[in-house]
Ligand binder design. Sequence first.
Ligand SMILES: C[S@@+](CC[C@H](N)C(=O)[O-])C[C@H]1O[C@@H](n2cnc3c(N)ncnc32)[C@H](O)[C@@H]1O
Length: 482
Amino acid sequence: MHPRNVFRTPPDFKKLGELYPDLQKHLIQARKDYFTLNFKDPESLKILTCSLASQYFDLTLELPSNRLIPTLPLRLNYLLWIEDLLSYHTTSNEVVGIDIGTGASAVYALLGYQKFGWKFLATETDTMCYESALNNVIINSFQDEIVIKLVKKEGGKLQGNLGSDRYTFCMCNPPFFEDTDNMTGISRSPHRAAPKSVCTATPVEVITTGGEEQFVGEMVRESIKLGTQVLWYTSMLGRKTSLDHILGMLSECGVKRVAVTEFKQGNTTRWGVAWSHEPSIPPLLSPNSKKVSTSYNFSTKNTTAQTIITKLQSTLAQLHVQVSRCPDQSGGIEYCAWVTAAENTWAHNRRKRRKRGSQKRESDGNGSLTQSGKRHCSDEKSSEQTLRNDNQSSDTQNSIDIKSNSLAEKVDSSHSVLDITSSSVSESSKVCLFHCLLSVEESEEGVSVDFTWIFGSDKDCLNQFCCFVAKSICNPDTGSCG
Ligand SMILES: C[S@@+](CC[C@H](N)C(=O)[O-])C[C@H]1O[C@@H](n2cnc3c(N)ncnc32)[C@H](O)[C@@H]1O
């Protein structure tokens, strides 16, 4: 789950039931003090979604029984990823998004406005969904911020609906399926566990000619014509094969600015794809669907998150990377920031550090200092991949183990100190080695530091950067991270 997703800490159903009597009726006591509910029952699911929307986001939701009930954690993951994309570059202070196929809930627009202050144009083809979405906007008094538009199925996904206005992003949870056979689960690969929740969607909401590939493919084609009228075009995808198809299409169309991610929620996995035609965003590495989300991680014991954050602050300042604190740290992590590097400053710093180390060894007559740092740091890591900070050089003394995870299930919360600069990356910058999400999490096992790739031109650079930061923080002089 996204590091800033508030649902990383599962809701306490017992407490929620005390606050929402309608939900209380649907709770099932599984053990002493542990309550759950029947996720296969549409009514239970509907009341849960409405209770969570109210409790966590102060939103009132009214949902018809015969339309899709949105799962809020997954919807929030997608919005948080859009926030990550926009953290690199926005063309104006006011963010205006388009939600294609807003559904009966208008969930993205409501959450997007309430949590991030983004205005929305939300389109819908189904009359019942349109009326329900409009009702949800009205009961929350968001008519000035969210426009719901009934559009024609045979019209464009974007074209014809936007007028001459400019938009910061578009998002879409497209109808996934080509036909009812697919809808009943034939498309699901056998090794994937069945979803826990019932699917309440009707064919009109989730079936479209050519399935999601064709739907999002049309968005790609329209985006070529619309160009920079929309800064980031994005969509969610339900199948990895669709991601391959869309990435192939973007590559054929010569689109140079593409980002991908993976959204995981329980047994459900979805993918996010984003592309831009904005020339002031530097060209990015073409992603592939093999390793969609990458994060580099190191962890330390016998220290506090605050100590690590302070050390990160000084290391990142030395490296002249841009650090911008995330405005909201609501997922239970200690610290969360976007880090952007336009040039490799750590290779130079690494040489300086090596030189300092050898001078110190000479003056101490003691060659074991960096070695102790290595031991301490690597002792605490079960590494999937051992990386060296000089990219496989022969500097074995300084080797350190770092985890390279696919989107790490970690992180989020409260305060922090580390705000080196919050200015956005300058429009003229032509290179983005990486734009990543840094998060620091404290647990009983120690303090974990994650760098999760958002986009950039060089994934290896993020890997090397993480190694450099890990070694700087795990003090080679004392062998201590504390
Ligand atoms: C999978 S549902 C997503 C609903 C909602 N956004 C959510 O995430 O819960 C897809 C929605 O897109 C609508 N839709 C289908 N074709 C559309 C089109 N061409 N333009 C706008 N909406 C469309 C469907 O009626 C349906 O409500």
